[in-house]
Ligand binder design. Structure first.
Ligand SMILES: NC(=O)C1=CN([C@@H]2O[C@H](COP(=O)(O)OP(=O)(O)OC[C@H]3O[C@@H](n4cnc5c(N)ncnc54)[C@H](O)[C@@H]3O)[C@@H](O)[C@H]2O)C=CC1
Ligand SMILES: O=C(O)[C@H](O)CS(=O)(=O)O
Length: 482
């Protein structure tokens, strides 16, 4: 255990108490780079979840009743606490998730930035005075916190995905029950610890780990939960939407992706290759906005594939805590097996293996960063979210062909294109069916922007001026008889 040991919480936070599961059962947390168990957390279930929801429900009136200044002060303290613990939180994140330490530092820094953003957005939850069409009346709207929020987060960004939910929820005056992914629970539990440490009253932030189905079943059916915010796969998102319909909860969904990366003949080749490396291989390709399909125009195809593969084959694959690591391990055996299946399928359907294509010499969950040329629409990688370090490259002739192929998916989260033609850039802005579009840039996410997908990539936006809206209800009041 590194020097983040003092931050590790191996129990659940329910109503201000750190407790184990009722049945005493635990879940092992393993370091994907070594397979070693670094912690255990409670395997909580329905009863613990019900108690956490009750705690959040009971804490809501007082927390929502804090003054704006008191809430903003608490959030700024939380921001400062994350900043003060950034290095230890980053090392913990790499230990439980596997990403390179540099990426973990960036993720924790991003987490703090989201908290600070929403500490300020809390000041702008304005209502409106509406001109009355009838004499003797004053019409107005006011905005109010929705109530108890359940936040369910994925394993690939266990800190920043939580920041995008706790930030607006706490800023709006909501109380929260958090369920982190069982593979990476430590980051979420630390948030509970820091929230408690900076003075959020007991019951405002509750964090529990354990059976997704049991916890999820209570979250979706308990009427005290007024909103669910979920980041994860489209498959689970659809399940939650269905289950939550019985109590008509507010729902925010940040789901899967199938990002196209389009390189036109007129692109700056070096910048396109730089962008492709980042957009494909960040977090070993395990992000929802990672490039899933690279479409390269015929005139630049051979030069791009050669330059791209040369850079990919030189990437340093190593444990995330090792200096200079550019790609860590996959998260678990299931992820590794799926990547092997997808590569085998692509090669069996005519793909050219340009570099990589198998498990890395480091063994364990490490996989070679891989480039497959001559990709076709018949391959599974075309329609399935790869979520790993595999880059299928498709050749295209015309701009229309590229846009048609790029949009041919049920997903609509992120998309990228490299061109020096300004008119084409604006045509892409209009025609690409994606919530996020990067033109000659791939690092396009920040607290200031509305992050969210179209089609089956999600509902709602996280971050930006829009991010707090999903945690507020608007009331209309008419004062008559004036
Ligand atoms: N749109 C976005 O911002 C992001 C989307 N993702 C997507 O998440 C997926 C990878 O993350 P995973 O954690 O594997 O996704 P997942 O959907 O398997 O799990 C996500 C979370 O939901 C929980 N969960 C699973 N079944 C549940 C149930 N029945 N009730 C309640 N909770 C349940 C899991 O324990 C985890 O905490 C990918 O599809 C990726 O595209 C990941 C990060 C960001
Ligand atoms: O894609 C994800 O999983 C995260 O949303 C990546 S980012 O938005 O933090 O870059």
């Amino acid at each position: 255990m590194s020097n983040f040991a003092s931050l590790v919480r191996q129990s659940n936070l329910i109503n201000g108490q750190w407790v184990g599961a009722d049945n005493g059962q635990t879940i092992d947390v393993t370091d994907p780079a070594t397979g070693e168990t670094i912690a255990t957390v409670p395997n909580s279930g329905q009863a613990e979840t019900q108690r956490a929801i009750d705690a959040a429900h009971d804490a809501f009136p007082a927390y929502a009743g804090l003054t704006l200044g008191e809430r903003v002060a608490l959030m700024r303290k939380l921001h400062d606490a994350i900043q003060d613990n950034l290095e230890d939180m980053a090392q913990m994140l790499t230990a439980e998730q596997g990403k390179p330490l540099a990426e973990s530092r960036a993720e924790v820094g991003s987490s703090a930035a989201y908290v600070l953003w929403f500490a300020e957005e809390a000041r702008r939850t304005n209502g409106a005075i509406i001109p009355s069409p009838i004499a003797g009346r004053k019409l107005m709207t006011t905005r109010h916190p929705v109530g108890v929020v359940a936040a369910i987060t994925p394993w690939n960004f266990p800190s920043s995905m939580l920041a995008r939910k706790l930030g607006p929820a706490l800023a709006a005056g909501c109380t929260v029950v958090v369920k982190p992914a069982s593979a990476t629970p430590l980051s979420g539990l630390v948030w509970g610890h820091l929230a408690e440490q900076v003075g959020f009253p007991k019951g405002v932030v509750n964090v529990l780990t354990g059976s997704a189905r049991a916890i999820g079943g209570e979250i979706t059916s308990n009427p005290k939960v007024r909103k669910i915010t979920f980041t994860g796969s489209t498959e689970i998102g659809k399940q939650l939407l269905a289950e939550a319909s019985s109590t008509v909860k507010r729902m925010s969904m940040e789901l899967g992706g199938n990002a196209p990366f389009i390189v036109f003949d007129d692109a700056d080749l070096d910048k396109a290759v730089d962008g492709a490396i980042i957009a494909k291989f960040r977090n070993a390709g395990q992000t929802c906005i990672c490039t899933n399909r690279l479409f390269v125009q015929a005139g630049i195809y051979d030069r791009f594939v050669r330059a791209f593969a040369e850079r990919v084959s030189a990437m340093k694959v190593a444990p995330g805590a090792e200096d200079g690591s550019e790609q860590g391990p996959l998260v678990d055996d299931a992820a590794l097996s799926k990547i092997e299946e997808l590569v085998e399928d692509a090669l069996s359907k005519g793909g050219d293996l340009v570099t990589g294509g198998g498990r890395h010499d480091r063994g364990g969950l490490f996989y070679q960063p891989t480039v497959i040329g001559n990709a076709t629409s018949a391959m599974r990688v075309t329609t399935e979210e790869i979520f790993g370090p595999v880059a299928p490259v498709y050749r295209f002739e015309s701009e229309e062909d590229a846009i048609k192929a790029a949009n041919d998916t049920d997903y609509g989260l992120a998309s990228y294109a490299y061109t020096q033609d300004l008119a084409r850039a604006f045509r892409l802005q209009d025609k690409l069916e994606y919530g996020l579009i990067g033109i000659n840039e791939v690092l396009i996410v920040a607290p200031e922007i509305p992050f969210g997908g179209l089609k089956e990539s999600g509902l709602g936006k996280e971050g930006s001026w829009q991010g707090i809206d999903d945690y507020l209800e608007t009331k209309y009041t008419c004062i008559g008889g004036l």
